[in-house]
Design a protein around this ligand. Structure first.
Ligand code: PMM
Length: 263
C-alpha cells in the first residue's frame, strides 16, 4: 500500500503532494513502482497536527480518489469521518482506512457496513493532541489485542461482516518506541485474532533508534529501516504494509514470498 498524503503538514512528506494533480501523478507513480493499493489521506495524524473539517478533508481527497479509481487503481482512503467515507466509496474507493477503528465517529461502522467495502480497523486511544499521554500499558500486546477485539465487536454490531475486516496495531498511535517494537515482535499474536493484518511503520519516529544518528531525525533517512520492517512483517504473515517508498518494500515483500515458498 503506497501513501498519498494530500495534506500541507504530514510529518513524513511535508506537503509534497498537496496539489491535486501532483497527488494523482504520485498515486500513478506508486502503482508503477509496485503498489497494489494507494492510500489517500486528507488529514494529518501527526502528533499535534491541526484538525481539518470533514468538508475540507473531502475536498482534498475526492478528486484524487475519483481520478485513480477511474484508472482502475485499488484506492483506500485514510479517514476517521463517516461522511468522507461514504462519499469516497461513491467515488470508487475500495477500502476505508480508519486510524480510530470507529472510535472517532460513531457513524463510521454502519457506513462501512452499508458500503460493503474493506474496513481497516486500527488500534487508537485518542486524537493526535492526546495520544502521547495515553501510551501507558502493562502488557502492550495483550491490551492492543483486547482493544482491537472490542472494536471488531462494535463493527459487527453495526453490521460489518468478517470478510470486510483488516486489523492494524497502529504503530505510533498512543505507543512509544518500545511499544512499537514489542507489537512488531508479536505480530503472530495479532494475526491469531483471525483477520488480515496491516502494518504501518513507514518513516515513523521509532525507527530513528536504528538509523545512523547523524540522519535519524530526517524521516526520509528511515526508508531503509522501513524496508527491513517490511521484509520481517511479511515473513511474520502481514497482509499489507503501508509505505511511502514503494519500490523497495515491493521487492522486500517478494523476497519474503520467495523465501517462504522454499520452506
Ligand atoms: N499511520 C499514519 C496514517 N495512517 N493508517 C494505518 N492503517 N496505519 C498506520 O500506521 C497509519 C495510518 C501516519 O503516518 P503518515 O502521516 O506518514 O501517513
Amino acid at each position: 500500500m503506497g501513501i498519498v498524503n494530500v495534506t500541507p503538514d504530514s510529518f513524513s512528506d511535508g506537503g509534497q503532494w498537496f496539489d491535486t494533480e501532483v497527488a494523482i501523478a504520485h498515486g500513478r507513480h506508486l502503482v508503477a513502482q509496485g503498489a497494489d493499493i494507494v492510500d489517500v489521506g486528507g488529514e494529518s495524524t501527526r502528533p499535534g497536527a491541526q484538525a481539518v473539517t470533514p468538508a475540507e478533508e473531502l475536498a482534498r481527497v475526492l478528486p484524487v480518489v475519483e481520478a485513480l479509481a477511474r484508472e482502475g487503481v485499488v484506492v483506500s482512503v485514510d479517514t476517521v469521518n463517516a461522511s468522507t467515507a461514504a462519499a469516497v466509496v461513491e467515488a470508487g474507493a475500495a477500502i476505508v482506512n480508519d486510524v480510530s477503528g470507529g472510535l472517532a465517529d460513531p457513524a463510521m461502522a454502519a457506513t462501512v457496513a452499508r458500503a460493503g467495502v474493506v474496513y481497516v480497523i486500527q488500534h487508537w486511544r485518542g486524537t493526535p493532541e492526546t495520544m502521547n499521554s495515553l501510551a501507558v500499558y502493562d502488557d502492550v500486546v495483550a491490551e492492543v489485542c483486547a482493544e482491537l477485539e472490542d472494536r471488531v465487536s462494535a463493527a459487527h454490531a453495526a453490521g460489518v461482516r468478517d470478510e470486510q475486516i483488516v486489523l492494524d496495531p497502529g504503530l505510533g498511535f498512543a505507543k512509544d518506541a518500545g511499544h512499537n517494537w514489542e507489537l512488531l515482535a508479536h505480530l503472530g499474536d495479532l494475526a491469531a485474532l483471525g483477520y488480515p493484518l496491516l502494518v504501518g511503520a513507514s518513516r515513523k519516529r521509532f525507527l530513528s533508534g536504528v538509523v545512523a544518528p547523524a540522519v535519524a531525525d530526517e524521516p526520509l533517512a528511515r526508508d531503509h529501516a522501513t524496508t527491513a520492517v517490511t521484509a520481517l512483517a511479511a515473513q511474520a504473515g502481514a497482509w499489507c504494509v503501508r509505505v511511502h517508498e514503494v519500490a523497495a518494500s515491493a521487492d522486500a515483500v517478494r523476497v519474503a514470498a520467495a523465501w517462504r515458498s522454499r520452506r
